[in-house]
Write a protein of this length. Structure first.
Length: 294
């Protein structure tokens, strides 16, 4: 039980209102914030609350420390995820180094696996230590991890195989990860996996199946009103459609990707997509358009 719920359950067990619990110790508003999990008060207040709730000093202080620690870890992970969404691996490295002491003392299996995954990703993305990164990732025991985290680690493994052009291994890893997907899972985890799986399927010329996963990912993002990887997905969709001969639809997808990259100020991918559209315009002058929906 977390700290806020412990305080709330003990208070109700003794038949106290928030006002009665706070009387002479702190404000009622503070108790409300504590029970919501917004704050852990200082130890002088903790001990007084513990006495009123019949909780030993050791128990309430230990639980408060654990809660503060878990909150700090959660905050670090959130900041890292935001940097990852921008593909800012240098910033991730700064965050990891700044919080090295906290990270080294982690004893939660999921948290330990998370930071091991991040460290391996930095080795791959920043220092091209691909073999070392892959070994670190494949050595992480996935059995007891949360499914979402296990999928993210498998996704990282599959990406390395893809980068190394070992497309058979990449497909196997991504296929395994896709089989673990549940509807309730974080949609961003699903989107990243579907995109990478689609790219690998395309390398095996399984273009129609790849297109299905791209469309699933796009539908997820549209349903969540999110632009995360949406430009990449439309660009990938355009590439696959062009490969299948659907040039008009490929052009439309790339135009959507271009608009998104323009909003995101992603100059590199914007330039690449503009060139793709120019090539499609040139190709369309030579062939009759194919109706994608027939």
């Amino acid at each position: 039980m977390d700290f806020g719920n412990l305080i709330k359950s003990k208070r109700k067990e003794l038949g106290l209102t928030q006002k009665e619990l706070s009387d002479g110790i702190c404000t009622q508003a503070l108790i409300s914030r504590v029970e919501k999990g917004d704050i852990v008060p200082q130890n002088s207040i903790l001990i007084q609350l513990g006495e009123r709730l019949n909780i030993s000093k050791e128990e309430i202080v230990d639980l408060a420390y654990t809660t503060r620690y878990n909150n700090e870890i959660s905050e670090i992970k959130d900041i890292i995820r935001k940097a990852l969404s921008r593909r800012d691996y240098r910033q991730v490295e700064v965050i990891m180094n700044r919080n090295e002491a906290v990270i080294e003392n982690i004893n939660n299996e999921n948290d330990h696996a998370f930071f091991t995954w991040i460290e391996a990703s930095l080795q791959d993305k920043l220092y091209n230590r691909t073999e070392s990164a892959l070994k670190t990732l494949t050595d992480i025991p996935l059995f007891n991890l949360d499914d979402g985290l296990a999928i993210e680690i498998l996704n990282a493994i599959g990406i390395i195989y893809y980068q190394e052009k070992d497309f058979d291994q990449a497909r196997n890893v991504f296929q395994n990860a896709v089989s673990m997907i549940e509807e309730s899972m974080d949609y961003l985890v699903q989107v990243k996996l579907y995109l990478n799986y689609a790219l690998t399927l395309e390398e095996h010329d399984e273009d129609k199946k790849a297109l299905e996963y791209v469309m699933q990912a796009i539908d997820l993002l549209i349903a969540k009103d999110s632009m995360f990887l949406l430009g990449d997905l439309y660009h990938t969709k355009g590439y696959i459609l062009r490969k299948l001969g659907h040039l008009e639809e490929a052009k439309k997808s790339n135009q959507l990707a271009l608009s998104i990259y323009d909003i995101q100020n992603n100059t590199k991918l914007k330039t690449m997509t503009q060139l793709e559209i120019e090539e499609l315009n040139h190709a369309l002058q030579k062939v009759f358009p194919i109706d994608y929906y027939k």
